[in-house]
Design a protein around this ligand. Structure first.
Ligand SMILES: *Cc1c(COP(=O)(O)O)cnc(C)c1O
Length: 363
């Protein structure tokens, strides 16, 4: 049972039926927002309270709100999927709720109880049910819970007032023209996280520090940037917002071990399970970049991919760095990569049985 009761304060929709239908015909990603959002506030004196579902719109925030100066902010990302019978489901939300708690601990923010996190997702999705697209291919309603320091105070300490919101945004297929392999730039200039830092927390600051690396990637014609460990600049951490996997010719699935500077993806964890189910040997270990590139060149590594909620699985077709470029396999989308992607999305959209109990019904 949820302690917070996210009651809806108004049922007036912001967007009319025709406009919504037009948006849902081609929503893109992160461009359009629904009618409502969930909100709760935490204070050091009273704990969590003031839960409500309110119209989506601008926030009122003091210019001295701590988040604007010291970056005390965390977020989550998950999707609501429309199944063929009209019902709406989400994928492993407890894992996201637990991760939000871990991120909160690292950023000295208050932990939101898992039941309240789940209640907030359900409240928004119920209020915004008409915004959940029919899934003709891979449409979804993207849910973005986030929490930040809202106290009006310029001293440096953990905020004594914190606001939590869930906003929602309809999303079209990530790959409207079929799965496109990534070109990945390996930066030797920047790192996203260091030992003892916030790399394992899903916080805005990690993204702020990744942007220049992404720009550097774009300057080299690449889609994404790969960060190495900050200490030795030799082993693979992850991309700016996706975890990394390699598949070997002899059927092993490799991914960097969680060292504290890598974000523990829910997609990453799910892929490890599905791969084990398929009889692949899985290993979480240190992956030395130079060795991986040698094995890519020799054909020992046949496929590589990145993964996260938005793209699910995105094949890596090529690496680029100051020292050269390396084509993975044939440079396209690997067979096992695509099979894992299909299986995971088939579970999410209810097209095959949910044998791990990963789905939670929202509507
Ligand atoms: C969110 C995120 C991921 C992917 O996590 P999922 O739970 O699979 O969506 C990977 N890396 C970073 C840095 C992230 O912020």
């Amino acid at each position: 049972m949820s302690a917070l009761d996210f009651t809806q304060t108004s049922t007036t929709r912001r967007v009319g039926d025709d406009e919504r239908a037009q948006i849902l015909a081609d929503p893109g990603f992160g461009q359009h927002y629904t009618d409502f959002m969930a909100h709760a506030r935490w204070t050091a004196e009273g704990g969590w309270g003031a839960a409500e579902v309110i119209p989506f719109g601008p926030l009122q925030l003091s210019p001295a709100a701590a988040v604007l100066h010291y970056g005390q902010e965390i977020f989550e990302g998950l999707k609501a999927f429309r199944h063929a019978d009209g019902s709406v489901w989400t994928f492993r939300p407890e894992a996201n709720g637990e991760r939000l708690q871990r991120s909160a601990r690292r950023l000295a923010l208050p932990e939101l109880p898992i039941e309240d996190f789940l209640a907030s997702l359900a409240a928004v999705t119920v209020a915004d049910e008409p915004w959940v697209p029919e899934a003709t291919s891979e449409e979804s309603l993207y849910l973005r819970p986030f929490m930040f320091a809202s106290e009006e105070f310029l001293g440096v300490r953990a905020s004594r007032t914190v606001d939590y919101y869930v906003i929602a945004s309809p999303a079209g297929p990530y790959f409207p023209r079929g799965v496109q392999p990534l070109i990945v730039w390996i930066t030797d200039e920047y790192a996203r996280a260091g030992a003892g830092g916030t790399g394992a927390a899903k916080c805005g600051g990690n993204y702020a520090s990744s942007l220049l690396g992404k720009n550097e990637a774009a300057e080299h014609g690449a889609d994404e940037v790969l960060f190495l460990d900050s200490e030795t600049h030799t082993s693979i951490d992850e991309l700016s917002g996706m975890n990394v996997f390699a598949i070997t010719r002899d059927g092993r699935l490799l991914t960097p071990a969680l060292t504290g500077s890598i974000l523990e993806g829910v997609t990453r964890h799910s892929i490890l399970r599905l791969a084990q189910d398929r009889g692949l040997e899985v290993a979480e270990q240190r992956l030395v970049m130079s060795e991986v590139l040698e094995q890519v060149s020799s054909g020992e590594i046949t496929e590589m991919f990145a993964c996260g909620t938005a793209a699910v699985i995105n094949p890596i077709g090529e690496f680029r760095a100051h020292g050269g470029s390396w084509t993975v396999g044939e440079g396209g989308s690997g067979e096992i990569t695509l099979a894992l992607r299909k299986e995971l999305t088939d579970i999410q959209y209810g097209r095959i049985p949910d044998r791990h109990g990963w789905l939670t019904r929202l509507v």
